[in-house]
Design a protein around this ligand. Structure first.
Ligand code: NDP
Length: 275
């Protein structure tokens, strides 16, 4: 499958999202984040994934503004944190994120976590925000099948995306099928398993065969599955390495091995417990 760093996927509302982006969770506010986003934009990234809880929205906005790249060429996602759930609170939290990013609009605003008893009111707020035009797309994160099915029962707007932990070690095929069926893009977070599986002896031979690293193989696996993928790094050389995944393809035998690695592995909390 031929892809390049500029490849965009069409969302269910007609807007497009770059398939590949930079995550900035645990990227420190201040110089570290400004540098990471600047290096990423220099390397060709056009999609940055932040969140209020990451504490670096300000730096993301600043680095994008200072890059000289037109605002409309960069896709910025941020997220509603758990403390801000509820209709009025979500509206306020969105305004705050917009101000902190210091940008005219946000490309995509996500519910970060399916907070029990509050997620419905928050979704209604996101629908209102969407109508305002200050946010081009709305979506969810950490929604498992149970949460999506519940959302379908009250939503007037279907989320453009569901951002969840996803890697060969946590290959949630049923969730992916449900998202595909409903035209919701699945966005893979922690695609590098936060380094925990980068020395897997089943993956290293695939990496060697293609003259790539295990990290690049994991990113390419997500691309082959038509997922949006947002690896995080705060180091220039890794930011460049992670983007260097568009000059090779995984073949059927590679994909078979990688698809067989599922063990329900998670770096983050298990959202199935948020009932
Ligand atoms: P990743 O799987 O992207 O792993 C990041 C870790 O891998 C960092 O320690 C980084 O270190 C290291 N790393 C990066 N590139 C390489 C490489 N080429 N070789 C070796 N090590 C490497 O984990 P994240 O949890 O950060 O997930 C990515 C993004 O997804 C987040 O930044 C965030 O934007 C989003 N996310 C969303 C969540 C949600 O609830 N919606 C939850 C978690 C993540 P270093 O920086 O030193 O290079």
């Amino acid at each position: 499958m031929k892809r390049d760093i500029n490849y965009k996927m069409k969302m269910n509302n007609g807007y497009e999202i770059p398939q590949f982006g930079l995550g900035v969770y645990l990227t420190k506010s201040g110089t570290e984040c400004i540098n990471a986003v600047t290096w990423a934009l220099e390397a060709g990234y056009r999609h940055i994934d932040t969140a209020k809880i990451y504490g670096n929205e300000k730096e993301v906005g600043e680095a994008v503004r200072n890059s000289g790249i037109k605002r409309e060429e960069v896709f910025i996602t941020t997220k509603l944190w758990n403390d801000d759930h509820g209709y009025e609170s979500a509206l306020k939290a969105f305004d705050k994120s917009l101000k902190t990013l210091n940008t005219d609009y946000i490309d995509c605003y996500l519910i970060h976590w399916p907070v029990k008893d509050k997620r419905k009111d928050s979704w209604k707020a996101l629908e209102k925000i969407y109508e305002s035009g200050y946010c081009k797309s709305i979506g969810v994160s950490n929604y498992m099948i149970i949460h999506l099915e519940e959302l379908f029962s009250y939503a007037n707007i279907i989320p453009v995306m569901n951002q969840v932990e996803f890697s060969p070690y946590n290959y949630q095929k049923d969730l992916l099928d449900l998202c595909n069926k409903n035209n919701i893009i699945l966005e893979a977070y922690s695609p590098l398993t936060r380094m925990k599986k980068l020395d897997d002896p089943r993956v290293l031979p695939i990496a060697e065969k293609h003259n790539k690293t295990a990290a690049q193989v994991l990113i390419r696996w997500a691309i082959e599955h038509d997922l949006v993928v947002i690896p995080k790094s705060a180091r220039k050389e890794r930011i460049i390495e992670n983007a260097n995944v568009f000059d090779f393809e995984l073949d059927k035998s590679d994909m078979k091995i990688l698809d067989g690695l599922d063990e329900g592995f998670r770096c983050s909390w298990d959202p199935t417990k948020a009932d």
